[in-house]
Structure formats: C-alpha cells, structure tokens
Design a protein around this ligand. Structure first.
Ligand code: OAD
Length: 247
C-alpha cells in the first residue's frame, strides 16, 4: 500500500464518532458536487481530468482544471454544517474524527482540526519526484519548482481514479473502534469510502446517513435522514451533544 505524506491526526487510538463527508456538505457553500445535475463531472471527462493517464496525456489541461478549482476556494466559506462539526470536535475533542472525500479546506476553515483528506487537498501540491506534499495556494500550470527538491515536478495533491487514497490504514483502524458512524453528503458511488458503513456496522456502530437524497448505500444505515446538510448536520450535532451531557 502506498501511503504518502506526513502522519495523520488521530494517532492516539480509537475514535468514538467517525464522520465521513462528501461533496454534499460543501454544496451550500457554493462548491460543485460531482454527480448532481450541473455537477463537476457533467462538463468534464473524468478520464481526462481525474486519472494519471489523463494527466500524462495533457498535463497543461489538467493543471489548469485544478488551478481553477483551487482559485475558486477563495470565493467560498464554510457553512453551518462544517461549523457544527467543528463545534462537535470542540466539545468532544479526540472522540471525533472527520474523514473527508473533499479536496476543499472548508472543514479546517470552520475550525475542525481532526480531519483526514482521503482524496487529497487542492491547497497542497505533490512533487512527483521527491513525493513531498507542500502547502500550495497559487497555480501549478506554470510549472513552479518543488519547495523541497527544486524540481519542476509538482502536480495537484488530489487522488485520481486508479490511485490509492490516503490514510487507509488509519481509517480502517478508527472504523474498527467507532461507536457512531455518520455519512454526510456523499452519493455512496465511490469505493473504498462507500464501504466504510459496512465496516462500521460490522463492529456494531450506530450508523446515520445525512444526505439530500438517499444514497446508493442508504439501506446499510440504521438512520437515514433526507435534507440539506446545513439543516440536518447542526440538528444531529445538537442531538449528539445532548446525549453526551446525559451520559
Ligand atoms: P457526489 O457528487 O457523488 O455526491 C454528492 C451527494 O451529496 C449526493 O448524494 C447529493 O444528493 C448530496 N447533496 C447534494 N447537495 C446536498 C446538500 N445541500 N446537503 C446534503 N447533501 C447534498 O459526491 P461524492 O459522494 O463526494 O473523488 O463523490 C465521491 C468522490 O467521487 C469524490 O471525492 C471524487 C468523485 O469522483 C475523486 O475525485 C477521487
């Protein structure tokens, strides 16, 4: 297994509440989802902009695609759902971990610290030569040098189809210790993330889906709630904190 990058947060054992987020949590901030009408994949060929082969064939096009997405992060803000999850972590600390498929930084900007970006981050660049992941705010299409080794070999630090997601060993470990597993704003179409609910169920976790529409894996959850994340997530966080204060 290829696990690039620095040690993830949450190395101190099992997490009680594991939260998986997808594009739907950022939709109300103005970030496009992938598969909804008007979503990111509608106007783009996934094989061209989200595979190593597409990048090899036309690196300039792919760099410009991610440069545009990185720039657009300056125009969006965390919403009530991101803020509610940050509040949950603020109250419960090490008992909470967010695993996100999103490459935006809205969880962090909302105040969450315990976040694993399993599909990478737009605001990082990955050096293809030395494999260093560097914080990155600007464009990559003009081939800047790697801050670490100086080689002009930087690509977006985004996991493409056919590549290994980050932190899988850590994720499996926390799923094995989780008591509550919540999936927010994800269609359940992309593995391995779509399989996490099964792993959480296998250890007896209570499983909750919060999504605009029922996902492909909705039947796997104990509790399925439909609606916008900015309404469902703050309400669910209130419930969790009220339950915690009664314990
Ligand atoms: P999708 O676009 O597949 O799914 C977004 C989900 O969010 C859908 O189920 C929507 O119903 C739901 N949704 C939309 N608006 C919402 C809202 N306001 N509140 C709550 N839910 C809402 O996005 P992901 O599941 O995140 O991977 O996609 C998974 C992966 O597929 C992405 O990380 C990306 C993509 O290919 C890579 O690029 C490797």
């Amino acid at each position: 297994m290829v696990l690039r990058g620095a040690a993830p947060p949450g190395d101190n054992g099992a997490m009680r509440i594991v939260i998986l987020t997808g594009a739907g949590i950022s939709a109300e901030s103005g970030v496009s989802t992938f598969r909804d009408a008007g979503g990111l994949w509608e106007g783009h060929d996934v094989a061209v902009v989200a595979t190593p082969q597409g990048y090899a064939a036309d690196p300039d096009l792919v760099q410009r695609f991610y440069d545009d997405r990185r720039r657009s992060l300056a125009d969006v803000e965390p919403n009530a759902a991101h803020l509610a999850l940050a509040r949950l972590e603020g109250e419960l600390g090490d008992d909470v971990l967010v695993i996100t498929q999103n490459v935006d930084d809205l969880h962090e900007r909302a105040g969450s610290h315990r976040v694993l970006h399993m599909h990478g981050e737009l605001r990082k660049a990955l050096c293809e030569l030395c494999e260093t992941r560097s914080p990155w705010q600007g464009d990559l299409a003009d081939r800047p040098p790697c801050p670490d080794c100086g080689t002009a070999a930087l690509r977006p630090d985004v996991v493409w189809f056919g590549e290994m997601p980050y932190y899988l060993e850590k994720i499996i470990e926390v799923l094995e210790g989780c008591e509550v597993f919540v999936s927010i704003g994800t269609s359940g179409e992309v593995y391995p993330a779509a399989g996490f609910v099964a792993q959480a169920r296998a250890v007896g976790a209570h499983t909750v889906e919060l999504n605009l529409d029922a996902s492909d894996t909705a039947s796997m959850f104990d509790d399925v709630r439909g609606g916008p994340a900015t309404e469902l997530v703050p309400a669910w966080v209130e419930e969790m904190l009220a339950a915690e204060s009664r314990e």
